[in-house]
Every structure is written in C-alpha cells, then in structure tokens.
Design a protein around this ligand. Structure first.
Ligand code: 9PG
Length: 528
C-alpha cells in the first residue's frame, strides 16, 4: 500500500477541527507547548497531563509487555498511544487523534507527530477547550468503532482485592451469605478458581465444580461473574505444552514475552490462528454453559503484542479479531468487561473497560512510584490518576475505575482516600467493591448500602473537580506524578532497579506476597 506523509504548518483555529488521511503527519507548532497529554496503550498504562521533560523509563523492564506498549518503551520524546494533546494556552488545547488502530503520537521539538504502524489511516485534528476537543474525538471514534449501550452498569462484588487467590468454595460461600440483601447485581469470582493460567478448569479448591458455584450466586437473585485471562498462558500450563504452535513468536522464532506473573513467564496466544480461535470460542461457550454471564477477561493486551502471526494482520486488528470471536461466542446477552486491554481496539466489542491500573489498600507504594518510576502497578493513587484522565471515553464504553473500599481493616487508606475512590466510582457510574461483609462494622455496611443505592447528579467543573450532589470533589491530589528519586534514594533506586530486572528476585517477591496472603487468610478465618 502506498503510504503518505502530510505536513501542516497552519494549525486549525480555535473551535475548529478536521479529519485527514495519512500514514504519518507532522504539525508545526508556533511555540513550545506548556504541557503534553499522554495516553497509555492499555488499561493499566499511564494517562496523564505532564510537562515536556521525558518521563524516566518505568521499571522493571521485564514487566514492560504487561504494563505498557513494549514497542515504544524506550521512546525518549513524550509519546502517546492513538491520541496526544498539547496545551498551547489556557483553554486552548490542540488534539491529534487517530481514528484507526495501531497509531501513535509524539512530541518532537516543535512538532506534534502522528504515525500509523502499518499503512494509512484517518486523523482528527481539533483545537479548543479540553472538553470540546475530546468530545469531538469520541464522536468520531464512536462512528467508526461503536458507542456505549444504554444499559446501566451492574453493581459488582469482586473477590480479588480482599481474598486475592486465596478463594475456595467454603470461603466464597461464607462471603456470599454474609452479603445478605446488599444491592449488588453481580457476584464475580476472580483469579484463583482455575487449574492454571491457560487451563481453565476448576482446581481442587472447587470440588463441586463451576455450575454449583454459579448456581449458588444465582440463587441469591444475582448474576454470576467470572475472571479469565484467555489470551495468555504460563509456561507450565498444559495449553502451552500441548499447543506451542498457537503462541506468538518473534522473527527469530523465540516465544514473545507477555510479561511475568504468578511466578512464571507468560506467553501470548496468536488470535489469528484458526485452532486457537476455535479454542477461545469453545472456552467462552463453556463458561456460559457453567452459568456465568458476566465475564471479566483480563491480560488482554497479549493479543496485540508484536510478533509473527498465522495471518498477516496488524497487531491491533489481530487482537480485535480475537475479541470479536470471543464476543460472538459468549453472546450479546453476556456482560463483557475487558481489563489489561489495549484501549481503542476494545471499543464497540465490550460493555465495560477498565480504564486504569488496579487500586490497592495502599495509596502509593514508594518502591514502585519513586524508586521504580512505575505509575502502572497496583496502587490507589495510580488508579485515580489514570482513570480521571480517561473519562473522555465515557460516551463510548462503561468505564470501570476498579473497586472502592469501605472497611478500615486490611488497608492503609485514609477516610479521605477511601471517599475519593467511592466518588470516582460515582463519577464513572460503575460501582464495585471487594470488601468482606465479615470485616464491616454495621455503619460501614450501611454506608456501602447507601453508596450502591445512591444516584446523585454529577457535573464536571474542570479537569479535576466535580460536583457530586451537594459536594465538590477535587481529584487533583492524585493527578500529579511523583518526581524522580533524589539524594540517598538514588542509590536505593539503582539497587531496586537492578533487582527488579532479575527474574529470581521477582519470583522471590512473589513468594513474600504469597506469605502475606496466607496471613490474610488466617486473619479472615479467625474472624469467622
Ligand atoms: C488477578 C488480577 C485482578 C485485577 C486485574 C489484574 O503486574 N502487573 O502489572 C499487574 C497488574 C494488574 C494485575 C496483575 C498484575 O491485576 O487488573 O483486577 O483481576 O489481575 O490476577
């Protein structure tokens, strides 16, 4: 396909916008901008307004495939996936946004540049107030990829942030009973039920099987939800051992890394391989047959990693093809939440999309945030920051900000920080928690009930401030980025960065996490 480069020296006037086609595009800026809006590739990757100095490279590098677009990890200029924007002056924003897949934006000197990885595609160039340029962008994306359905988001209880992988039949049964008549629409079972990542059968902690588990949830009048990560497999899984040909490889025929988690290397399914696609469709049908109709499909970025594929397709088209096959197989009546998902290629095919990294019981982890310069790891401040910067997606998809906390035990969040997460859920119109009823005081139980039942009016006052009912809520304490390590922290950072890139050190961390999980489980058993 012939590819074209376009150069524009005259910017659009305020409140003006236009669409043009080009493989690559350069916009000459009259003066250096004040700030740059960068948009991370997948759910967990950073979205934020930053100054123009390049961000320090986030660490560990071993986790890049799992946290950012690994192709652009070493970019030195400010970089953004699909859409970038600059602030020229107060209320004067210039947005450059791709309307197709596999496109990136960067700021190089006095030029805002856009580039498609393959072929030519459309670009929107819009100038005006932040809210209006992003509204123009979502409008055009909606025409091409699809818009949000009218159904309201369900209110979800999810097992992850209280129990992590320490779930089993008895513990979940106890929790479900304890939730009583709290107004949840879905009880969602997260990671921990499966034999292995890749082998999606119930493990020995679920001896009565998956139909029993979904039946137990449905008997309370709610929908049953299940977590799966269908596009990855760990090295030790049967799936990977039996079907190595279904997995992505690089030009030298080595398996492409999809990151490292659960103490193992992760590999990525080729979503253009016919047998892999048939397996994915059968898996979705199996999960529906078990009785689950709220599916949280996670670690989906793996389908769009660079590599050699069975069919010659761009990486994000290949991912979108896989997603479409899964959507068709699960049925349009299933509720489909995508997580760890590349943003643009997920639009129009799922009901809801996680738009930030995981929350956690910590506001900010010093090791991750400062020593490793990593804004994508689980942490509530990271989650609020990226989620607020992705609210422009709201007309296109239900935006999942992750769970809010109501209990005081098991987390170190302040009352204000817990409130901020609850307010973010209200702003997103997506309410979820993992709190255990056994850990709630009666006052916390009632405030959770009130939160789930309430429907206050929400009005955005500016980028970070919202009117929620009668209260004004300001998310700005979460939006800035911590600075690079300084003074003695520099030496600490060098050591932690080195350790973070040793697979054995990451495995050791996993063991430490596992020990603290066991302690949590014991504490839980003692409360029962
Ligand atoms: C289950 C969890 C939960 C959670 C998901 C996802 O290392 N990482 O960068 C990393 C990020 C997120 C993550 C796991 C690892 O969590 O977002 O809600 O379902 O998987 O394992």
């Amino acid at each position: 396909m012939p590819t074209s480069h376009r150069t524009l020296d005259i910017l659009p006037q305020t409140a003006d916008s236009h669409i043009l086609s080009a493989a690559s595009l350069s916009l000459g800026l009259p003066q250096p901008p004040r700030r740059f809006f960068r948009h991370g590739w997948q759910s967990w990757s950073l979205a934020a307004w930053t100054d123009l100095t390049p961000l320090p490279m986030q660490q560990p590098k071993l986790l890049h495939p799992m946290q950012i677009d690994p192709v652009y990890a070493f970019e030195t200029s400010p970089h953004s996936s699909w859409v970038g924007a600059i602030e020229i002056a107060d209320n004067d924003i210039l947005l450059l946004g791709a309307l197709g897949l596999d496109a990136h934006v960067r700021l190089v000197g006095d030029q805002l540049q856009g580039q498609y990885e393959t072929g030519e595609g459309e670009w929107l160039i819009a100038r005006g107030a932040e809210a209006s340029v992003f509204a123009r962008y979502t409008d055009e994306l909606g025409k091409r990829l699809g818009r949000k359905s009218d159904r309201p988001a369900p209110r979800v209880w999810c097992s992850w942030y209280s129990l992590y992988t320490a779930i089993d039949e008895a513990t979940l049964g106890h929790v479900f009973a304890g939730l009583g008549n709290l107004p949840f629409d879905v009880l969602q079972v997260d990671d921990g039920w499966q034999v292995s990542i890749g082998d999606w059968e119930p493990n020995t902690k679920f001896p009565s099987g998956m139909e029993m588990l979904s039946g137990q949830i449905k008997s309370t009048g709610r929908r049953a939800g299940l977590w799966l990560a269908p596009l990855i497999a760990v090295e030790s899984s049967r799936l990977f051992r039996e079907h190595p040909d279904w997995f992505l490889r690089d030009a030298r025929r080595r398996f492409v890394s999809a990151g490292l988690n659960w103490g193992e290397r992760l590999f990525a399914l080729d979503t253009t391989h016919p047998a892999a696609l048939a397996w994915l469709a059968a898996l979705m049908k199996q999960v529906r047959a078990w009785g689950f109709d709220y599916l949280k499909l996670d670690f989906l970025y793996a389908g769009a990693l660079p590599g050699r594929r069975h069919a010659d397709m761009s990486r994000e088209s290949a991912y979108r093809h896989g997603l479409k096959i899964m959507r068709e197989a699960m049925g349009s009546d299933a509720f489909f939440l995508t997580c760890g998902a590349p943003i643009l290629p997920s639009l129009g095919l799922c009901d809801a999309l996680r738009i930030g990294p995981d929350v956690s019981g910590k506001w900010e982890d010093r090791r991750d945030a400062i020593l490793l310069s990593n804004p994508t790891t689980p942490g509530s401040r990271n989650a609020v920051r990226t989620t607020v910067n992705r609210l422009w997606l709201q007309p296109l998809v239900m935006t999942d900000p992750d769970v809010a906390y109501f209990v005081e035990s098991g987390n170190s969040l302040s009352a204000e920080q817990r409130q901020l997460l609850q307010d973010l859920a209200t702003v997103c119109s997506f309410k979820a928690t993992s709190d255990l009823p056994q850990w709630m005081t009666s006052a916390q139980h009632e405030s959770l009930r009130e939160f789930l039942n309430s429907n206050p009016g929400v009005q955005r006052l500016n980028h970070s401030k919202f009117q929620i009912g009668h209260r004004t809520v300001d998310f700005s304490p979460a939006l800035t980025l911590p600075g690079p390590p300084a003074g003695p922290a520099k030496i600490q950072a060098a050591v932690v960065r080195w350790l973070g890139n040793q697979p054995w050190a990451l495995k050791m961390l996993k063991c430490i996490d596992e020990l603290s999980l066991q302690r949590r489980k014991k504490a839980l058993a003692n409360k029962e």
